[in-house]
Design a protein around this ligand. Structure first.
Ligand code: G6P
Length: 608
């Protein structure tokens, strides 16, 4: 999704802003731009990659100056054109701004501003905000921003500069993330820590309605009504190495291969084998509420929802708690019933997904205890929940989520055992689960070793435009995740569903040679899955099965087999998903797509 970087300090702003934009490229965007103050205001914008913007700057001799702002735009209002790219400006006042989010009442404001004589050059909601701040400007940028933000509804993270105040940078947030990185005599404002860590590890995340006025000498934090807000500075736990590609060709590939380490980090210090217990510091203060919980609602979007669905199965199966997983975007608007003892778990890699955040707020307002299963430390969801458990899988840059998925399933299995042990499970039983859990990182490694073979299988089928992904029980969500991965980066149409559901319609799609991926590992419904495989093959479909090592018999019933090591069924999605991630990755590379910058997608969706 859109990215912001802004700078005020003593260094030349242009290279720093460009480097910041490159760090934000992974979030997904379609145009880029920057503005730098140097006597006057200089703006440069370009459609397409940051590299296009760089070329353009080079051709025009570049921009000098030590205060500026930059943006990668992911189109919402108005097409992908240079005129719609940020920064946007109000020429009369010399105000210039970049914006993430959506100004919902932009249409009314635009009419008002047009009546006042403002002439718009873009179709964006952002230009309306620039003009509004300009209209309200009376010589104090901070005050004009506060006044304008009192008039807008919607979501925003903004950075604003003004020709008439060349040593001031103002930023503000509601609903979209923004951080102020604090250096010595310099500040880097960004929508994502990855654009800050090269310069400083001290940062202040803005809260909703926070407005911060920054000069080289310091900053002032207030709200939109100019009431001072005490700043909360945190240490960024991200180092540069973690966000560099290293020996890998793509971030997605790197993150697939990081999964064994990511899982070891996730489990470290959380498994007390001798006591047959899970130790989750983040939940200990709420252990009593969790033991007495009457129901758990898990919510998220995309991959996070698939992990949540596995959590639903585990909580009911092992902890004996009624549970359900729901799209956050549906939950937030459907007037949900929250009874006493309801716990809501928001699952999110970024901790910034707008719908997940809104669902969380809705559940909290209705009295639910809220937990976060989040990767990004200090993110909005992690701050807005009562308690939570971090994934600890390290930064995920690849747009197609991989290590966050296994991390989410791992954390949900820890939460399940944390609750199960206190409700229905003996220490011995729990210890047996924990033993199994600890074997997973090594087993993931064994699946990764088969990458070449998975690539060969993928090569055989990746010219087909329609695929099915089918699974049952714990591996029904895995099937959804496999289909999502393939769609996201290879642009092949893929549908995931419960294997039994196929008979109720999708079976009509099966024709000669159509690939159907079955998750057919050993488990309670193995025989049923085998029957579904037979139904597909009887209609000419070609079956790629993800099966359990040692299952030689299955080879006689399918076209291809990809093996995963044996593991207790509820934990199996952490293994069965790996070949599906690799298939999607290889298919995208073979088809010549930019794996880390899939078309139209954004890593973090901070608008509805
Ligand atoms: C976007 C991403 C997905 C991700 C989803 C939820 O759609 O492209 O990969 O699963 O958002 O993101 P979250 O950060 O909340 O896990």
């Amino acid at each position: 999704m859109c990215g912001i970087v802004a700078y005020i300090g003593k260094k030349p702003a242009q290279p720093l802003l460009i480097e910041g934009l490159k760090r934000l490229e992974y979030r997904g965007y379609d145009s880029a731009g920057l503005a730098i103050l140097n006597g006057g205001l200089n703006v440069c914008r370009a459609v397409g990659r940051v590299a296009n913007l760089e070329d353009k700057l080079e051709q025009t001799g570049g921009l000098q100056g030590t205060v500026g702002l930059a943006h990668t735009r992911w189109a919402t209002h108005g097409g992908v054109t240079e005129m719609n790219a940020h920064p946007h400006r109000d020429d009369k006042s010399g105000i210039c701004l970049v914006h993430n989010g959506i100004i919902e009442n932009y249409s009314v404001l635009k009419t008002y501003l047009q009546e006042k004589g403002h002439v718009f050059t873009s179709e964006t909601d952002t230009e309306v905000l620039a003009m509004l701040i300009g209209e309200l400007y009376e010589g104090d940028l901070e005050k004009a921003v506060q006044a304008a933000l009192r008039e807008v509804t919607g979501a925003y993270a903004i950075a604003v500069i003004c020709e008439k105040e060349p040593d001031v940078l103002v930023c503000a947030r509601k609903g979209s993330p923004l951080l102020v990185g604090i250096g010595s005599g310099e500040y880097v404002v960004a929508s994502d820590a990855s654009a800050i860590v090269a310069h400083t590890t001290q940062a202040m995340p803005l809260d909703d309605y926070n407005v911060v006025r920054i000069t080289r000498e310091g900053f002032r934090s207030s709200d939109i009504h100019d009431v001072e807000v005490s700043p909360k500075v945190m240490q960024l736990e991200l180092d540069l190495e973690q966000i560099e590609l290293g020996r890998f060709e793509h971030y997605m590939q790197k993150e697939i291969y990081e999964q064994p380490t990511a899982l070891r980090n996730c489990f470290r210090g959380r498994i007390a084998m001798e006591e047959g217990k899970v130790v989750l510091g983040g939940l200990s203060a709420y252990a009593k509420e969790l033991v007495r919980a009457g129901r758990v609602i898990l919510t998220g979007q995309g991959t996070a929802l698939h992990a949540a669905m596995i959590g639903e199965y585990m909580l009911e199966d092992l902890a004996k708690i009624p549970a359900c997983a729901e799209y956050a975007s549906e939950f937030r608007y459907r007037n949900p019933i929250i009874e006493d003892g309801t716990v809501v778990i928001a699952v999110s890699q970024s901790g910034e997904t707008a719908d997940t955040l809104a669902a969380l707020e809705e559940a909290k307002d209705r009295g639910a205890l809220s937990l976060g299963v989040v990767n990004v430390v200090g993110s909005t969801i992690s701050r807005q929940t009562d308690a939570g458990v971090y994934l600890r899988v390290g930064p995920e840059i690849g747009v197609a989520s991989t290590k966050a998925f296994v991390g989410q399933v791992a954390v949900l299995s820890l939460i399940t055992l944390f609750m199960a042990r206190r409700r229905v499970m003996s220490a011995d039983q729990c210890a047996r689960w924990l033993e199994q859990l600890q074997t997973i990182p090594d087993k993931v490694e064994r699946v990764l070793e088969q990458s070449d073979r998975i690539k060969k299988v993928t090569e055989r089928y990746c010219d087909r435009e329609n695929w099915l992904f089918l699974g049952r029980g714990y591996n029904y969500p895995t099937a959804l995740e496999g289909a999502l991965k393939l769609k996201e980066i290879s642009y092949i149409h893929a549908e995931g569903m419960p294997a039994a559901e196929m008979k109720h319609g999708p079976i009509a799609l099966i024709n000669e040679g159509m690939p159907a991926v079955f998750i057919a590992n050993k488990g309670r419904q193995y025989d049923k899955v085998m029957s579904n495989i037979a139904e597909v093959r009887a209609r000419g479909g070609h079956v790629i099965a993800v099966a359990t090592e040692g299952d030689e018999e299955i080879k006689r019933h399918v076209e291809e087999v990809l093996y995963v090591p044996e593991i207790i069924e509820p934990l199996s999605p952490m293994l069965t998903v790996i070949p599906l991630q690799l298939m999607a990755y290889h298919a995208a590379v073979i088809r010549g797509h930019d794996v880390d910058k899939p078309r139209n997608l954004a890593k973090s969706v901070t608008v509805e």
